[in-house]
Design a protein around this ligand. Sequence first.
Ligand SMILES: Nc1ncnc2c1ncn2[C@@H]1O[C@H](COP(=O)(O)OP(=O)(O)OP(=O)(O)O)[C@@H](O)[C@H]1O
Ligand SMILES: [Mg+2]
Length: 298
Amino acid sequence: MKELLSIEGLSKSYKSIRAIHNLHLLISEGQSFGILGPNGSGKTTTLSIITGIIRQDSGSFKWFGEEPVSEHRKSIGSLIESPHFYPYLNLEKNLRIICDIKGISYKDIPRVLEMSRLIQRRKSRFSTLSLGMKQRLGLAAAMLGDPQVLVLDEPTNGLDPEGIAEVRELVNNQVGIGKTLILASHILSEVEKICSHVAILKKGELLANGPVRELLAEDEIIEVSCRDNQLLKRKLGSSGLVSEIEEENGVLVLTLKERVTAHEINAFAFSCNLVLHHMLSRKRSLESQFLELVKEES
Ligand SMILES: Nc1ncnc2c1ncn2[C@@H]1O[C@H](COP(=O)(O)OP(=O)(O)OP(=O)(O)O)[C@@H](O)[C@H]1O
Ligand SMILES: [Mg+2]
């Protein structure tokens, strides 16, 4: 896949606060890339640097394999933190101002208003919109000029479940037609639903980076017990079926290797003349894995 954005050793501090530190990332064309991290982990700082809102202290980044230049702006649509619009101007006029800034024609305005389902409100003042509509207008603004890349910072912040679903659909459609998405979020489930790749940030440092499926994969965890748990533990330990065995309140807690099923564990125990009298599936939630990952390094 073609390289779209490469970030090399990016660092930024605000006086004594280290916002990001020696960040390296590679994002390819067509990826939906999530930047996941708790509050204050440096997501907005990272996105602000790569969209040219603020400057890094050190390190560099390249868009489309080139040093950043203002010409790239037309190819990158962004929504960083809350969108800023003029409250007394209507939606169309607000979007015209953005077209002027981006140096693109007004012709694209109806399309983005249609996509964000705000076309009926095009003559309304911005101040009369609901929060969800304001957020959608932010997305509409980011999509003006049909850029190849969307950089979105917490686009579902403050929205109700319906609003979140609408934004997600809009964004997923863009990815579906081949756009590259870079999305910052502190909500694991959001990244999981939208992104194919994820980088996990904590205190400005990269904790993990890779395909969502691999990083956030749910390990199959089961509880078992039989008349001789110690024997079973030894047998399982050398069976190649489990990656981890823990004892908890008289049961064995097994983390199964990929594609191993509970049924196979049962059959294995039986082949060792051990009949399981207890077996319970205990899938670890993604949330707890994410929290663990974030906690690990503290
Ligand atoms: N303008 C600023 N002045 C001083 N410190 C700042 C400024 N902007 C960010 N910081 C600090 O930099 C660190 C990273 O902030 P950043 O906004 O990038 O985090 P974030 O991951 O986007 O957090 P959130 O999930 O809350 O949006 C935080 O400790 C924050 O307090
Ligand atoms: Mg932020």
